[in-house]
Design a protein around this ligand. Structure first.
Ligand code: FAD
Length: 628
């Protein structure tokens, strides 16, 4: 028989990024025995990599900022497809969550008069990103971890055991959620180092597993981001929404190949960096769409004045939402005005004195010096779009973060959840999202566990099936190589379901994904269970595949262009399609299904925050009559 380590918890949080840690803290504060699981080392998550900052309308740098302005910007960024209630809660609660971090020991950069400083970022009307140099995510994680340690110390003082109420399982991958009927009963996985199995019985699970970028050829995401949480949710009966919307960050490194995809933070542009094509032209002025024309500068002179005097000038078009900038770069390169490696030039050298460039985004200076041997105080950076963030994710109740669909006891927060960002996320809105909805997920998971009478039980049959599925790749001697399969998948998604999409290519992608599905069912891994990355990837592949299928299916279905979904054959945004969410589920046979569901209608007092002329760019005539 196979040895399985068993544990019992009230709440199991899968993922130790910002959302997971914040959820775990809240569940523990509610008195629940809480486990935190992390696929990689504790402290290594995408959250750590976030540089720009966390958006919160504190109004410290411009007192005209408030939650209503933030709400408006978020809805505009998402092209009005956002779950309005999530955008509302996020805008209202983000400032409190940032302040709370300081009570846990974070120290944000300050304004001259001692307030938390806030910086400009794409799509945000006022300076709004609370930051710690360009290491904001690191400070966020450091602080949340510190809070967890302090809670463990309290528990030690009381019980003599640090792990009595909150325990971290790092380098542990969850491969299955276990249910009794439609209720969550636990989570099953393995320790990466030993390959030993672990079973955590618990009535409530919070998914906080982050993104899906590893299914793409060029991505800013690291190896862990294989859409595990998205797939776990689907397989347990929950639904995913908006999976066609992926954010391609406009500025990833394009050269050398070994670092292709690594992010060049948007604050380079917020601090004055401009985009130029190889003709030396600052091209973004040609790409301001009508819906944004009023908010962006028309001339270079006005744009340049904005950095010093934002109240009397409009912002530079380099700070348009990411999808706009990514598409513009794509078009320039396609038109033959890009670099050999397929990028454009991001110039800060000619804009700021060298000392300031080194001081402003310090890690950027080192990143280019060390990885590309480019001195950005003297030369422009070469940049191009990279797959960065998935707007789509687990369909949740906005207030409680509980997953929709058949399953009970499942919650989701952070990048793995969907709805909040609509068709496109604004920079800085993720870190605040993690805190706001991480807290809510932890709180409601705890309340769910409390309210439950009899706890659901894990069945022996389900555990055996989970073991068999996990071991299967090791027993296939002539199985397919997981690395080849991953490359093939990345090629399909990158080439056929990338930034610009077309019907024929999407149909082709779906056909190829079916072929890959058959090959993945026969994936093999040489070697044993002790630290075996080939085996781990073999297990991740089935997750990547069903999540990619959701993306491709939804991308084919949505016949319009909006935010992170651009159809060459349907280049316009359609008011009819704004009313539609595409919802993905799995049927009994494990096949992906897509369903159209209405987008929840915004409450009247929120609609009234917008001018009618603006609403008319997004809404149908029928909706506009109702607004009257
Ligand atoms: P993550 O921080 O991604 O953590 C996911 C966790 O889940 C990890 O611990 C992982 O190990 C674990 N996990 C995954 N699968 C499993 C499994 N099967 N079993 C167990 N554990 C699992 N956003 C901003 O707002 N501002 C920024 O400036 C910014 N900059 C960014 C820069 C970079 C380079 C990147 C990649 C992203 C950036 N983002 C930024 C986006 C933001 O960082 C992420 O969206 C956010 O951190 C996601 O947080 P999360 O808590 O949802 O998940």
């Amino acid at each position: 028989t196979t040895r399985i380590e068993r544990h019992h918890y009230d709440v199991v949080v899968i993922g130790a990024g910002g959302a997971g840690l914040r959820a775990a803290i809240e569940a523990r504060l509610a008195g629940k025995r809480t486990a935190i699981i992390s696929k990689s080392l504790f402290g290594k998550a995408h959250t750590v990599m976030a540089e720009g900052g966390a958006a919160a309308a504190m109004g410290n740098v411009n007192s005209r900022d408030n939650w209503m302005v933030h709400f408006r910007d978020t809805m505009r960024g998402g092209k009005f497809l956002n779950n309005f209630r999530m955008a509302e809660l996020h805008a209202k609660e983000a400032p409190e969550r940032i302040w709370e971090l300081e009570t846990y020991g974070a120290l944000f950069d300050r304004t001259k008069d001692g307030k938390i400083s806030q910086r400009n970022f794409g799509g945000h009307e006022y300076p709004r990103l609370a930051h710690v140099g360009d290491r904001t995510g690191l400070e966020l994680i450091r602080t949340l971890q510190q809070k967890i340690v302090s809670l463990q110390q309290e528990d030690f003082a009381e019980t003599g055991n640090y792990d009595a109420k909150i325990r971290v399982f790092s380098e542990t991958t969850i491969t299955e959620l276990l249910l009794e009927g439609d209720r969550i009963a636990g989570a099953f996985g393995y320790y990466r180092e030993s390959g030993e199995f672990i079973l955590l019985e618990a009535p409530a699970v919070v998914l906080a597993t982050g993104g899906v970028g590893r299914s793409y050829k060029v991505t800013s995401n690291s190896w862990e981001y294989t859409g595990d949480g998205h797939a776990l949710a689907l397989r347990s009966g929950a639904t995913l929404i908006n999976m066609e919307f992926l954010q391609f960050h406009p500025t990833g490194m394009v050269w050398p190949p070994s670092v292709k995809g690594i992010l060049v933070t948007e604050s380079v542009r917020g601090d004055g960096g401009v985009l130029k094509n190889t003709d030396g032209k600052r091209f973004m002025f040609n790409y301001v769409p009508d819906v944004f024309r009023k908010q962006y500068a028309e001339t270079e002179e006005e744009a340049d004045r904005w950095y010093k005097d934002p109240d009397n000038n409009r912002r530079p078009p380099e700070l348009l939402p990411r999808d706009e900038v990514a598409r513009a770069i794509n078009s320039e390169v396609k038109a033959g005005r890009g670099t050999k490696a397929g990028g454009v030039l991001l110039d800060i050298a000619s804009r700021l004195p060298a000392e300031e460039v080194q001081r402003r985004p310090p890690s950027m200076y080192h990143q280019f010096k060390e990885l590309a041997d480019v001195d950005i105080t003297k030369e422009p950076m070469e940049v191009g779009p990279t797959c960065h963030y998935v707007m789509g994710g687990v369909e949740v109740d906005p207030d409680s973060a509980a997953a929709f669909g058949r399953v009970e006891g499942l919650f989701a927060a952070g990048e793995v959840s969907g709805g909040m960002h609509g068709s496109n996320r604004l920079g800085g809105n993720s870190l605040s999202d993690l805190l706001v909805f991480g807290k809510r997920a932890g709180e409601h998971a705890a309340a769910y566990a409390d309210a439950l009478g009899k706890r659901p039980k894990v069945t022996t049959g389900d555990v055996e099936r989970a073991v068999d599925a996990a071991l299967a790749p090791l027993s296939r001697e002539n199985g397919e190589n997981p690395y080849t399969l991953q490359q093939d998948l990345q090629a399909v998604m990158g080439d056929l379901v990338g930034i610009i999409r077309r019907e024929g290519e999407l149909t082709d992608a779906l056909k190829r994904l079916q072929e890959l599905k058959l090959r993945v069912a026969n994936v093999g891994a040489a070697g044993g269970r002790r630290y075996n990355p080939g085996w781990h990837l073999a297990l991740d592949l089935r997750n990547m595949l069903i999540v990619s299928e959701c993306t491709a299916k939804a991308a084919l279905e949505r016949e319009e262009s909006r935010g992170g979904h651009t159809r060459e054959d349907f280049p316009k945004m359609s008011p009819q399609w704004r009313l539609v969410n595409l919802v993905c589920s799995l049927d009994e046979a494990g096949d992906v299904h897509l369903e159209r569901k209405p987008v929840p209608a915004m409450r009247t007092e929120l609609i009234q925050l917008f001018e009618r002329t603006e609403l008319s760019k997004y809404m149908t005539d029928e909706e506009l009559t109702e607004v009257e």
